[in-house]
Design a protein around this ligand. Structure first.
Ligand code: C2O
Ligand code: CU
Ligand code: CU
Length: 490
């Protein structure tokens, strides 16, 4: 115990001024004052490249100063700015080239969550970026329109790096897709939801980021880094891209007045058709795109409500207000949402699809902790597989890199209609059995693993992570299950 705190103190010495974990808590309002205008992350400008690729520079910065609470300065981390990152927006078919420069003063990685790409470009724990170094992954966007995101993924420090502020959105548009609200910042708005704790001086209180059953659980909500946010909407239909970028909390997002709205997309892309709901549930790492109708001059409050008051202390049961929306006195007319969104229908997994079973315990998968030198699963390129997740303990969730999936059933029952779209992360309730139908891609590399893991960041850091490689079909038994120690790829 002692030894660990000394080690931690060493590792964090440069940050002592930036955080507090024991000073008194900030006691301001819970956030229902809505006195701050919702910040919209700026769009990243691509730099031109001779070959037509879109190049983006992302600088990972420590030492940000953000006024999050009234009159107080919070020391934060960010990407190209003090807190969070810019929004990267690209088209299906684009060649994308990134320059990710680590200015944090400590090693990290940057992972493209929800992206189908070669494992060496994935930004997982093997693609470390040393302090001062620039990592230059590039790939072609070969997947449908979706709301994806990026965040650090270094084994053991993901929770802290994300909590301090390293996360951003990467939106994929499909030029051949349906007509949807898509004017960024006007009728197409990101909502990055995170819980925090603050010290009386405004410092981010890192509390249990590295401890407790679930790790960090905050008592104040930020949306796009804004505390107590409000936003004026100016068109009849507004598309919100919800991202749960919290360390552990699960939100059930809807409106205080119970109004219904339409879900148009899940993590990995559009649904076949809009699904009307009152609430959407998103666990850490999950996204949902919703479209909401407004009438001129009205106000509406977006909030999160638990389902079961008897379980008030669970990570999915706390109530929060998120954002006040104020509709302008005159709203721009919006085209009706199309009945067909063009999302690919879920195909039943082929007969004989390989099944793999993953048993989740407190912080292990199939009895194992993360081992960066061990390949846990070998998957033939292009495979359709059924992955069965059996949770034997408290709530977890499950994310698979590279391979979008459909949720077949949860304890034998199909998920609600709005969760039947393409996904890459799914909530796994306590003691539940969840079956996923996953489709693996064609980027063959027996030496570079992708990850699957619980996206509750404390669990991920503790080692609730497995590694799989995608190999040429028929060679599954020939590839090595062990990677050389300290095997890193840049
Ligand atoms: Cu959002 Cu493996 O991560
Ligand atoms: Cu991921
Ligand atoms: Cu977990």
């Amino acid at each position: 115990m002692k030894r660990r705190s000394l080690l931690l103190a060493g590792a964090l010495s440069g940050l002592a001024a930036a955080t507090s974990s024991c000073s008194s808590e900030w006691e301001g309002p819970k956030g229902s004052a809505f006195s701050n205008r919702l910040r919209i992350p700026p769009l990243a400008e691509p730099e031109p490249a001779a070959d037509g690729a879109k190049q983006f520079s992302l600088d990972l910065l420590a030492g940000g100063r953000a006024e999050i609470l009234p009159g107080l300065t919070t020391r934060t981390w960010g990407i190209n700015g003090p807190y969070l990152g810019p929004t990267v927006r690209v088209n299906r078919g684009d060649r994308v080239r990134m320059a990710v420069t680590n200015r944090l003063g400590e090693v990290t990685t940057l992972h493209w969550h929800g992206m189908r790409l070669p494992a060496r470009m994935d930004g997982g724990p093997h693609q470390t970026i040393e302090p001062g170094a620039t990592w230059r992954p590039e790939w072609t966007i070969e997947q449908p329109a979706a709301t994806t995101w990026f965040h650090p993924h270094l084994h053991g420090t993901t929770a802290m790096h994300v909590y301090r502020g390293l996360a951003g959105l990467l939106l994929i548009d499909d030029p051949d897709g349906p007509a949807l609200p898509s004017t960024y910042g006007v009728d197409d708005l990101p909502l990055i939801i995170q819980d925090k704790r603050f010290g009386a001086d405004g410092a981010l209180n890192t509390g249990d980021v590295d401890g407790g059953t679930f790790g960090f659980l905050g008592n104040r909500i930020l949306v796009n880094g804004t505390f107590g946010p409000s936003l004026e909407v100016r068109s009849e239909l507004v598309r919100f891209r919800l991202l749960n970028a919290s360390n552990a909390r699960v939100y059930r997002v809807g409106f205080a007045d119970g109004r219904r709205f339409q879900v148009i997309a899940t993590d990995a892309g559009l649904l076949e058709r809009p699904v009307t709901v009152e609430r959407v549930k998103i666990s850490p790492g999950e996204r949902a795109e919703i479209v909401v109708r407004f009438t001129a001059g009205e106000e509406a409050v977006l909030d999160s409500r638990g389902e079961d008051p008897k379980r008030a202390n669970d990570i999915e049961e706390e109530d929060f207000t998120l954002l006040k929306l104020v509709a302008a006195g005159a709203l721009a007319e919006s085209a009706l949402l199309p009945d067909e969104l063009g999302g690919v229908p879920a195909e039943p997994p082929p007969a004989g699809a390989r099944r793999r079973r993953f048993v989740l315990t407190g912080s292990e998968i199939n009895g194992n902790d993360m081992d960066m030198t061990r390949i846990d699963e070998v998957v033939p390129a292009g495979a359709h597989e059924i992955w069965e997740i059996h949770n034997t303990t408290y709530a977890h969730n499950f994310h698979i890199h590279e391979a979008p999936f459909r949720v077949l059933d949860i304890n034998g029952t199909p998920p609600p209609a709005y969760q039947r779209g393409p996904k890459d992360t799914v909530f796994i309730p306590k003691n539940a059995k969840v079956r996923l139908a996953a489709t693996f891609g064609a980027h063959i590399d027996p030496l570079s693993p992708y990850m699957y893991h619980c996206h509750i960041l404390r669990h991920e850091d503790k080692g609730m992570v497995g590694q799989f490689v995608v190999v040429r079909p028929g060679t599954e038994n020939q590839v090595s299950r062990t990677l050389p120690q300290g095997h890193h790829q840049h």
